[in-house]
Design a protein around this ligand. Structure first.
Ligand SMILES: [Zn+2]
Length: 519
């Protein structure tokens, strides 16, 4: 069998395969938004933005109906027999990268998976015999792989993707929103078309990005000091941002337009990839809950793309290169008078100064699956016999230093408990997590995950306060992403979340009391 290097594997799985198939959005976006390790300064050499540029951007046409290819009672197919090329190719990659766990663990043989489990349809073992022998272990993972199989066939089935139709608009003030979970959000916001676990899985895979942002911003979000998620320091940060985006009590929608602040709230999304090419309208779900505030969402990263809009608007939307505002390819789009989306194709550190000054009352930062504790894959950071550097020390170091200096909130997500623990350990300089002896590793051994503590990073390790404690994100994707080198490994986009802010030694609250804070 071909043995792939860790780097190739990491790419295969963590670079979004993206819009590699032409098709109606959101189904194309749905099949693309894989979790990945991204650093804001990685150079994009391949993947999604490049692919995106070569092809005509997919069209998001509301209510467009496609030819029905699969009926709802015919969604399960072995990958090799799938009617969809993309899924047949997925099976092929698994056969290439993955070795039979039963053969390896019991017989110490490295043999590819050739046999497809009849229950989940994924290549799982070397042969039917080995599948029978390993069935008890495989049955732990089989149901979720089966779920993925049917979901992937469903999203390509050609049915009308009604989950994304009739999304709710501005929330009337008298109606309380519950941001406790996907289910309560959909119920209290009146998402009428989302009515099954599968619908929630499809929608949550895309909506995890805007709704995670919303859940952090909103004062009724799931993260509070009473449930221990928002720290003492975090309360101050969140109070600052809440005071800007929530309307004063007694405001009506009619009166709201009169009291819009001059400057928009700026949400910076670092190392942006798939999230920058979501349908633009999905981001309205953030601003609909803050009718008196204005927002500018920045997607910044070498692979930042153009949001998906309808065909009429699409002709006006492109990356401006000549004389662009920030000196890098930039695309600006006013979704409505309340929301502007700006994509900047640059490493964050190169545009930081142009974006300043920053204000913790107006500005907030997010990095989805940054992989802070993930080994840097660039060859120059792989010294023979030396400790493997992690991304917090390399591509993320400068952006972290810059953002901590702004004293604005900076929130990270992670796709699994170990991914989260690894990132947290990297910036704290503590021992990284190890995978239990009986559970499969999230990466092949060739990836060289860190095994020792990262030394203190200047300007980072001793310069931040925890504002949101590391833990689960109620608005992570509900959809499993199955690793192609080992189908026993499953992760979920934005599974976990945490947040930090630069340490404040001295602070003056806007127009309120003056405080001097010690370290
Ligand atoms: Zn199975």
């Amino acid at each position: 069998m071909r043995q792939a290097t860790g780097r190739a594997l990491a790419r295969a799985a963590y670079r979004p395969l993206a819009v590699s198939r032409a098709g109606p959005i959101p189904s194309a976006a749905l099949s693309s938004a894989l979790p990945r390790q991204s650093a804001p300064s990685l150079q994009a050499k391949r993947t999604f933005f490049n692919i995106f540029q070569k092809k005509k951007a997919p069209v998001f046409e509301e209510g467009s109906e496609n030819k029905i290819i699969l009926s709802q009672d015919n969604l399960f197919h072995k990958l090799s027999e799938s009617p969809f090329e993309a899924l047949r190719q997925k099976g092929e990659r698994i056969r290439t990268y993955s070795i039979c766990p039963e053969s390896y663990e019991k017989y110490h043989e490295q043999v590819p998976v050739k046999y497809e489990c009849p229950n989940c349809g994924f290549p799982s073992h070397a042969s039917e015999e080995r599948w029978v022998e390993g069935k008890a272990e495989h049955d732990e993972y089989c149901p979720r792989i089966r779920e993925v199989n049917e979901d992937e066939h469903d999203i390509r089935s050609g049915r009308r993707i009604s989950e994304f139709e009739n999304m709710p608009g501005i929330q009337p003030y008298e109606q309380a929103v519950s941001l406790a979970s996907w289910d309560s959000l959909f119920f209290t916001r009146g998402f009428v078309s989302i009515n099954s676990p599968r619908a929630i899985r499809h929608v949550s895979k895309l909506m995890t990005y805007p709704i995670t942002v919303l859940s952090v911003l909103h004062q009724n979000g799931p993260f509070t000091s009473s449930n221990g998620r928002i720290t003492h320091e975090g309360r101050r940060s969140m109070a600052a941002i809440h005071s800007t985006i929530h309307s004063p009590p007694g405001t009506t929608i009619e009166g709201a337009t009169d009291i819009r602040p001059m400057a928009p709230v700026r949400i910076f999304i670092l190392g942006a990839r798939a999230e920058s090419t979501l349908p633009a309208d999905l981001w309205l779900q953030v601003v609909h809950l803050f009718p008196t505030a204005q927002f500018n969402i920045f997607f910044i990263g070498p692979e930042a793309g153009i949001p998906i809009v309808n065909e009429r608007k699409r002709q006006y939307l492109k990356m401006e290169t000549e004389g662009s505002k920030y000196g890098f390819p930039t695309c600006e789009f006013n979704v409505n008078p309340q929301l502007k989306l700006t994509s900047i194709q640059a490493t964050y550190q190169d545009v930081h100064n142009q974006l300043g000054p920053f204000d913790p009352y107006q500005d907030i930062f997010f990095a989805f699956s940054p992989g802070l504790g993930f080994p840097d894959q660039a060859p120059e950071n792989k010294e023979e016999g030396q400790r493997q550097l992690v991304q917090a020390e390399t591509s993320w170091r400068k952006p972290l230093q810059q953002i901590l200096e702004t004293k604005c909130g900076l929130f990270f997500t992670a796709f699994s408990p170990t991914d989260l623990a690894r990132d947290v350990a990297a910036v704290y300089g503590t021992q990284p997590p190890t995978t239990g002896p009986n559970s499969p590793s999230e990466y092949p051994s060739s990836v060289r995950l860190p095994t020792t503590a990262t030394p203190p990073i200047e300007g980072v390790t001793d310069e931040f306060e925890l504002i949101l404690t590391p833990g689960t994100n109620p608005f992570g994707s509900r959809k499993w992403e199955i690793a192609e080198w080992d189908i026993r490994v499953g992760v979920k986009t934005n599974w976990g979340i945490w947040g930090i802010r630069g340490k404040r030694y001295e602070v003056t609250n806007k127009g309120e009391e003056e405080e001097v804070e010690e370290e």
